[in-house]
Design a protein around this ligand. Structure first.
Ligand code: NAD
Length: 499
C-alpha cells in the first residue's frame, strides 16, 4: 500500500527539518578540517538546500584512524553476534520511526518522488539492516574433514576498516546494502555518500549512535569523489573498499588499490539491461507496463533500468503502442506531490547529459516516438519527459552507453538467437529480463544471458534473499543475501595437531 500524505504535509515538514550537514567522525559531528563546504541543491527547484562539510585528506585520516581504533578495541568487532544483532535491529527500528524525515530528506536531496522514498527506499533500508542483524548469529564456521589427529577449523573474521563509497540514485539504500553486512560481521566503516545526495547518510550516523553503535564504528564523510573518495581509496589503513557507482570510477578504484595496499575492492557498477519480449509472450499488457516501469521508475536513474527493449518484430508495434500509453500516465511532477510517479533528474549536469544522449539518438537515426524534451514543472528544476526511441540499432550510442535517465531504446529482432546476441553485445552484464510463455525458451535463454540477474516474465523483482551484482563491466562480487558476507570477512584456517 502506498502511504498517501498530502504535498502540504511534506512542505510543512520540510520547513521544520533540522538538516545535519557536518561529517560524523568517532561518534560526533565535526566540520571538515579545511572548514570548506559545498552546496546541496534541491533538483526539483534548482535552489540551495544545505551547505555540507566538504571533507578531504585530513578528515579521511582522522576517520580511518577512529575506525581502526574502534576495530582494535573489540567493542564491536569482538562483540558476540547476538549483541551486534540487537544494536542493528534497534537501528532498523529507528529508521522506521524516522521514516518520514528520511524519506523527505532523500526526496529533497535527489529529486525522487517522496511517496517512493517513503514506501520503497526507507522501508528497504530498515529491512536490510534487520535482515543482516537476524542472519548474523546463524552463520556457522566449518570443521574440515581431516584425519583423527588433526582439527581444521574454518572461521570467518571481520576484515577491519571498510570504506564504502556510494552513489546518489538510491542514496541510503545503497549505503544500507553495504552497512548491513559490513557492520553485522563486526567491521568498522567509513562511508562516503555521493556529493549529490549526502543528507540521509549523515543523519543515519546519529541514529546508529542512538541505537548503541560504539563511537568510531560508523563514520560518514560527505565530500567529492576526487578528494574524499580518492583519499579513502588510496588509504593504506583501509582494508576493504566497497563501491556502488559508475564503471568509469570503479576502474579507477581498482588502480588506487594497486597503487596503495592492495585492499580488497568490490564493485557494483553500471548496466544496460536488455528487456526481451518474445512473440509468444502470454501477457503483452503486463510486459508493456513492466517495460515502462523498468525505464521510467526513479526517472530512469537505475543501474538495472530496462533501457533496451528488445522486441520480436512481429509484435513490436503492438507492444510499443502499449508501452507508450503507460508512459503517458507518468508525467514528471513535484516530488512532494503524492500523486507524482516521476520526479526530477538529480542535477543540472545529469540533466544535460541525458538531453545530449537524446540528441545523439535522433542524430544517429533512431525514431523518437515520445518525449525527448525537458518537462516544465513549477518554476525551475531539472525534469525530463519520458522518452521512447524506436528503430534503434544496438551499435548506436543510446543502445551501448548507460544514459541513467528516462530514455528507452527499442530494438527489433527476428529470432531468439539474434535476441540473445544483441542482449549480450554490451560491456555491461548487470541484469536482463525476458518474456515468454515457453518454459524451455525461458530456461535456455536465461542460461545464455551474461547477466547477474535474469527476470522471467517480470522485472526488477527480488528481495534480500538473493544476490545482486554484475557480470562483465557491471562489477565484481554481490550485494544482498548471505553471499555478501564474503566481501566483509576473511576466511581463517586454524589447524590444530591433536596429541
Ligand atoms: P559515480 O561513479 O560518479 O560516483 C559514485 C561515487 O563515487 C560517489 O560517491 C562519488 O563521489 C565517488 N567518486 C567519484 N570519483 C571518485 C574517485 N576518483 N575516487 C573515489 N571515489 C570517487 O556514480 P554516480 O553518478 O554517483 O551513480 C551512478 C552510477 O552508479 C551508475 O553507473 C549506476 O549504474 C551505478 N549504480 C550501480 C548499482 C549496482 O548495484 N550495480 C546500483 C546503483 C547505481
Amino acid at each position: 500500500m502506498r502511504e498517501r500524505k498530502s504535498a502540504a504535509h511534506w512542505r510543512g515538514l520540510a520547513e521544520q527539518l533540522d538538516i545535519r550537514t557536518r561529517a560524523f567522525i568517532d561518534g560526533r559531528y565535526v566540520d571538515a578540517a579545511s572548514g570548506e563546504t559545498f552546496t546541496c541543491i534541491n533538483p526539483a527547484t534548482g535552489r540551495p538546500l544545505a551547505e555540507v562539510a566538504a571533507t578531504s585528506d585530513p578528515d579521511v585520516d582522522t576517520a580511518v584512524a577512529a575506525a581502526r581504533r574502534a576495530f582494535d578495541s573489540g567493542h564491536w568487532s569482538r562483540l558476540p553476534p547476538v549483541k551486534r544483532k540487537r544494536v542493528l535491529q534497534k537501528l532498523a527500528s529507528l529508521v522506521r520511526e524516522h521514516r518520514e524525515e528520511l524519506a523527505l530528506l532523500e526526496s529533497l536531496d535527489m529529486g525522487k518522488p517522496v511517496s517512493d522514498s517513503l514506501t520503497i527506499d526507507i522501508p528497504a533500508v530498515a529491512n536490510c539492516l534487520d535482515w543482516y542483524a537476524e542472519a548474523i548469529d546463524k552463520v556457522y564456521g566449518e570443521v574440515a574433514p581431516t584425519g583423527d589427529n588433526m582439527l581444521g577449523m574454518i572461521t570467518r573474521e571481520p576484515i577491519g576498516v571498510v570504506a564504502a563509497i556510494v552513489p546518489w540514485n538510491f542514496p541510503l539504500l545503497m549505503a544500507a546494502w553495504k552497512l548491513g553486512p559490513a557492520l553485522a560481521t563486526g567491521n568498522s566503516v567509513v562511508l562516503k555518500p555521493s556529493e549529490k545526495s549526502p543528507l540521509t547518510a549523515i543523519r543515519l550516523a546519529e541514529l546508529a549512535t542512538a541505537a548503541g553503535l560504539p563511537d568510531g564504528v560508523l563514520n560518514v564523510l560527505p565530500g567529492f569523489g576526487h578528494t574524499a573518495g580518492q583519499a579513502l581509496a588510496l588509504h593504506n589503513d583501509v582494508d576493504c573498499l566497497v563501491f556502488t557507482g559508475s564503471t568509469r570510477v570503479g576502474k579507477k578504484l581498482l588502480e588506487y588499490a594497486g597503487q596503495s595496499n592492495m585492499k580488497r575492492v568490490w564493485l557494483e557498477c553500471g548496466g544496460k539491461t536488455p528487456n526481451i519480449v518474445m512473440a509468444d509472450c502470454a501477457d503483452l499488457d503486463a510486459a508493456a507496463r513492466a517495460a515502462a516501469f523498468a525505464i521510467f521508475f526513479n526517472q530512469g536513474e537505475m543501474c538495472s533500468a530496462g533501457s533496451r527493449l528488445l522486441v520480436d518484430v512481429r509484435i513490436k508495434d503492438e507492444l510499443l503502442d502499449k508501452v507508450i500509453s503507460t508512459a503517458k500516465t507518468l508525467k514528471p511532477g513535484d516530488p512532494l506531490d503524492p500523486a507524482t510517479r516521476m520526479g526530477a533528474i538529480v542535477d543540472d549536469k545529469q540533466f544535460e547529459t541525458v538531453l545530449r544522449y537524446i540528441a545523439a539518438g535522433t542524430a544517429g537515426g533512431a525514431i523518437l516516438r515520445m518525449g525527448g524534451h525537458p518537462a516544465k514543472v513549477g518554476d525551475g528544476g531539472y525534469f525530463i519527459e519520458p522518452t521512447i526511441f524506436d528503430e534503434v540499432r544496438n551499435d548506436m550510442r543510446i543502445a551501448q552507453e548507460e544514459i541513467f535517465g528516462p530514455v528507452l531504446s527499442t530494438i527489433r529482432f527476428e529470432t531468439v538467437e539474434e535476441a540473445v546476441e544483441i542482449a549480450n553485445d554490451v560491456q555491461y552484464g548487470l541484469a536482463a529480463a525476458l518474456w515468454t510463455s515457453d518454459v524451455s525458451t525461458a530456461h535456455r535463454v536465461a542460461r545464455r544471458l551474461r547477466a547477474g540477474t535474469v527476470w522471467v516474465n517480470c522485472f526488477e523483482q527480488g528481495d534480500l534473499t538473493v544476490p545482486f551484482g554484475g557480470y562483465k563491466q557491471s562489477g565484481t562480487g554481490r550485494d544482498k543475501s548471505l553471499h555478501a558476507l564474503d566481501k566483509y570477512t576473511e576466511l581463517k584456517t586454524t589447524w590444530l595437531k591433536l596429541s
